[in-house]
Design a protein around this ligand. Structure first.
Ligand SMILES: [Zn+2]
Length: 272
């Protein structure tokens, strides 16, 4: 599932192809992805609008349109956006929506599992308003993180994946963060000491910055807008390394379900 580094990469890489262009054509091959309006209303409302800016909030992509409305995309499990230069549009497999821009560029929303969504809203807050802070924002200090975790009995792994606590972390990066911070994923979030919280804070920044630098993790379906794969997964220490050994201590990696989420960890480096 695309998490913050993947969505950030997609945002950065589609901006040069999309911002400043107008939406000229919308083709919905899977109408179920449009959530707020009927497919016909949706098309009518977005066609002719210029994309003024693209931002990311948590795992959401926010396309600000020139009339003040926002087109909010969520890639969910298997979504990707592919850009195609003018005159080169070969429709990728599993394409669910095609957006044609005024300069001939085409954007394909491909999505194997069909959980991805598009919402056209007057105010993006109606979708993203409940999200917790951005993990890379300077306002998320160790002290703020401590307040967010305080009193929570849920496992730290589950709390890090809760979008209303911190926006953008998911299964893969929460595992990587907890390995980097040497914290057992099943520890209750509220039990972390000041020092441990500082380690988690530093690990969040380090792990996400590294993954953004490597253009996201192509463990399964994720690819960059030019169709190439990210390389962040090549740096994973625990995530998706089932059956392998810890790169630091050589111990066989553990795998447990934490609140239903498959979780990888090193039983020695992340000793309870
Ligand atoms: Zn280890």
């Amino acid at each position: 599932m695309p998490e913050l580094p993947e969505v950030e990469t997609i945002k950065n890489e589609i901006i040069p192809f999309v911002v400043g262009r107008s939406i000229q054509r919308v083709e919905l091959l899977w109408e179920g992805m449009v959530r707020e309006q009927s497919p016909a209303e949706f098309k009518l409302a977005v066609i002719g609008r210029r994309v003024a800016a693209i931002n990311r909030r948590g795992k959401y992509l926010l396309f600000s349109l020139d009339n003040g409305r926002t087109l909010v995309l969520h890639l969910r499990m298997t979504g990707s956006l592919i850009t195609s230069p003018p005159g080169q549009a070969v429709v990728p497999e599993y394409t669910r929506a095609i957006i044609g821009l005024s300069d001939g560029t085409t954007v394909f929303f491909k999505d194997l599992r069909k959980f991805g969504t598009m919402r056209l809203v007057d105010n993006a807050d109606s979708v993203t308003g409940k999200l917790g802070p951005e993990p890379l924002d300077p306002s998320l200090t160790p002290a703020v993180l401590r307040r967010l975790l305080k009193g929570r009995k849920a496992p730290i792994k589950a709390v890090l994946c809760d979008q209303e606590v911190i926006a953008g972390l998911g299964n893969m990066y929460a595992d990587e963060v907890l390995f980097a911070a040497a914290i057992t994923p099943t520890r209750s979030a509220g039990s972390l000491s000041i020092e441990e919280t500082q380690r988690v804070h530093a690990a969040i920044r380090e792990v996400l910055a590294c993954a953004i630098g490597n253009k996201g993790a192509s463990v399964r379906d994720y690819c960059r807008p030019d169709g190439t794969r990210g390389t962040a997964h090549l740096q994973f220490k625990v995530a998706h390394r089932r059956g392998e050994t810890c790169l630091v201590c050589g111990t066989a990696l553990g795998y447990v379900k934490v609140r239903g989420r498959g979780t990888y960890f090193c039983p020695k480096c992340q000793r309870p």
